[in-house]
Write a protein that binds this ligand. Structure first.
Ligand code: NDP
Ligand code: GDR
Length: 380
C-alpha cells in the first residue's frame, strides 16, 4: 500500500521539490494551494496529472492556513499518513510589513493542522513535519547553532515560527503525536523565490552579463548565512518522519558565507571578477576583470562586460529593522541519527542557480533581440 502525504505550501520552492521526491517514492501526494488570480503552479507543472487519469497520484486542493474549516475538511478527505507543513508567509522583511497576517498563517496555521489531526482522531496514524527555521536563533547566542542553542527571534516571522515550534513540541508531549520540527537553515535552488537574496543575485548576475540590466541594489552585504540546496533539505524532512520516535533536528551545511561573497561567487561563475570597496551605504561592487574564454564558452558577448562598471550598490530600503547577522548550523544529529548527507556544497549551489538563470534570461534576450521589447506587452 502506498503512503499518502499532504503538503501545505506545495506551490513554493520546498513544496515542489518535496512533491517530486515523494512521488518518486511512490506516495500519493495531496497539496494545499491558495486561490490566486493566476495559476501559480509553475514549480509543479511538470508533476501535473490529468484529473481524469484513474492512476493520478498528485491532487491539489484549494485552501488556506488561515481558515480552520478548510484545513479540517482537507485532512479528513485525504486521511494522510504524513503531513508536511511548509506553507507560510516566508519572507522575513515582508513580515515586518504584515506582522499579524504572518502570525496567523505561520503560527496559528500550525496549530490548526495539529488540532485537525487530533480532532479527527488521526493522532496515531498521521505523522507531522513542521518547517521550523534557523531564524529562531536570531540574535547570536552561540556559534555554531544546534538543537539546544537558545532561541532569540528577531522578526515577526521568527516570532510566529517560535510559536509554531513550541506548539509542535507541546502536541508531541501532550498527545504523544509523532510531530517533528526541522530547524532548517537557508536553502536555495534555481526555483527559489526571486525576492530572496540568493535568487535576486543570480538573476541579476545573469541579466547584467547579457546586457539586460546595469546594476543590482542590495541591503546588508555583511550578513552571513549557511546556504544549502533545497533538493538536499527535502530529503531530511522525509527522513525525520521515518524514524522510530519523533525528534527535532537542525539541518545545515556548517559553512557560512557573506552576502558579499555570494555576489562575488555568482559573477565568478560566469568568469566576471567583482571587487568591493567602501563601507556601509557607500559600499559598491565594481567589475575589475573578466575571463574572455569563459564568457565565450557560455555564449556571452565579452563586449557587454565593462571594466570599471559598478554592478552592485547598497540601498538601505532593503535593511531590516532588526537583522540576523550570523547563522551557521551544526547538523551532527541529523547526519548521525538520520544518515542525512547533503550532495551539494556552496559552489555547486551557486553554479546550479547562476547557470539556470542564465538559461532563463536568454529567453528575455531572445525576445529583446527579436524586437519584442522585454516580452511583456500591455493588454488593451
Ligand atoms: P516559499 O515562500 O517558496 O513557499 C511558501 C508556500 O506557502 C507557498 O506555496 C505559498 O503559497 C504558501 N502559503 C503562503 N501563505 C499561505 C497561506 N496563508 N495558506 C496556505 N499556503 C500559504 O517558501 P519555501 O518553500 O522556501 O519554504 C517552505 C517552508 O519552510 C516555509 O514555511 C518557510 O518559512 C520554511 N523555511 C524555509 C527555509 C528556506 O531557506 N527556504 C529555511 C527554513 C524554513 P503561494 O505560492 O500561493 O504564495
Ligand atoms: P532570510 O533570507 O531572511 O535569511 O530568510 P533572505 O534571502 O531574504 O535574506 C538573507 C540575508 O540577506 C540580506 N540581504 C537581503 N535580503 C533580501 N531578501 N534582499 C536584499 O536585497 C538583501 N540584501 C541583503 C538580508 O538582510 C539577510 O540578512 C530565509 C527565508 O527563506 C525564511 O523563510 C527562512 O526561515 C530563513 O531563510 C532560514
Amino acid at each position: 500500500m502506498s503512503k499518502t502525504a499532504l503538503i501545505t505550501g506545495i506551490t513554493g520552492q520546498d513544496g515542489a521539490y518535496l512533491a517530486e521526491f515523494l512521488l518518486e517514492k511512490g506516495y500519493r501526494v495531496h497539496g494545499l494551494k491558495r486561490r490566486s488570480s493566476l495559476f501559480n503552479t509553475d514549480r509543479i507543472d511538470h508533476l501535473y496529472q490529468d484529473p481524469h487519469d484513474p492512476d493520478r497520484r498528485l491532487t491539489l486542493h484549494y485552501g488556506d492556513l488561515t481558515d480552520a474549516t478548510n484545513i479540517i475538511r482537507i485532512v479528513q478527505e485525504t486521511q494522510p499518513d504524513e503531513i508536511y507543513n511548509l506553507g507560510a508567509q516566508s519572507h522575513v522583511k515582508v513580515s515586518f510589513d504584515t506582522p499579524e497576517y504572518t502570525a496567523n498563517a505561520d503560527g496559528l496555521g500550525t496549530l490548526r493542522i495539529l488540532e485537525a489531526i487530533r480532532l479527527l482522531g488521526l493522532d496515531r496514524k498521521c505523522r507531522f513535519y513542521q518547517a521550523a527555521t534557523s531564524e529562531l536563533y536570531g540574535l547570536v547566542q552561540e556559534v555554531p547553532q544546534h538543537e539546544r542553542t537558545p532561541f532569540y527571534p528577531r522578526s515577526p516571522y521568527a516570532v510566529a515560527k517560535l510559536y509554531a515550534y513550541w506548539i509542535t513540541v507541546n502536541y508531541r508531549e501532550a498527545y504523544r503525536m509523532y510531530a517533528c520540527n526541522g530547524i532548517l537553515f537557508n536553502h536555495e535552488s534555481p526555483i527559489r523565490g526571486e525576492t530572496f537574496v540568493t535568487r535576486k543575485i543570480t538573476r541579476a548576475v545573469a541579466r547584467i552579463a547579457l546586457g539586460l540590466q546595469d546594476k543590482l541594489y542590495l541591503g546588508n552585504l555583511s550578513a552571513q548565512r549557511d546556504w544549502g540546496h533545497a533538493r538536499d533539505y527535502v530529503e531530511a524532512m522525509w527522513l525525520m518522519l521515518q524514524q522510530e520516535a519523533p525528534e527535532d533536528y537542525v539541518v545545515a551545511t556548517g559553512v557560512t558565507t557573506t552576502v558579499r561573497d555570494f555576489v562575488r561567487m555568482s559573477f565568478a561563475e560566469l568568469g566576471i571578477e567583482v571587487e568591493f570597496s567602501g563601507k556601509g551605504e557607500q559600499e559598491k561592487g565594481v567589475i575589475i576583470d573578466a575571463d574572455e574564454q569563459r564568457l565565450t564558452a557560455l555564449a556571452i558577448d565579452p563586449a557587454t562586460v565593462k571594466f570599471g562598471q559598478t554592478v552592485v550598490t547598497v540601498d538601505p530600503t532593503y535593511y531590516r529593522p532588526t537583522e540576523v547577522d550570523l547563522l551557521i548550523g551544526d547538523a551532527t544529529k541529523a547526519r548521525q541519527q538520520l544518515g542525512w548527507e547533503p550532495k551539494y556544497d556552496l559552489s555547486a549551489l551557486v553554479k546550479d542557480m547562476v547557470l539556470s538563470d542564465l538559461r532563463l534570461m536568454r529567453k528575455e534576450e531572445y525576445l529583446r533581440n527579436g524586437g519584442f521589447g522585454d516580452g511583456y506587452e500591455p493588454h488593451s
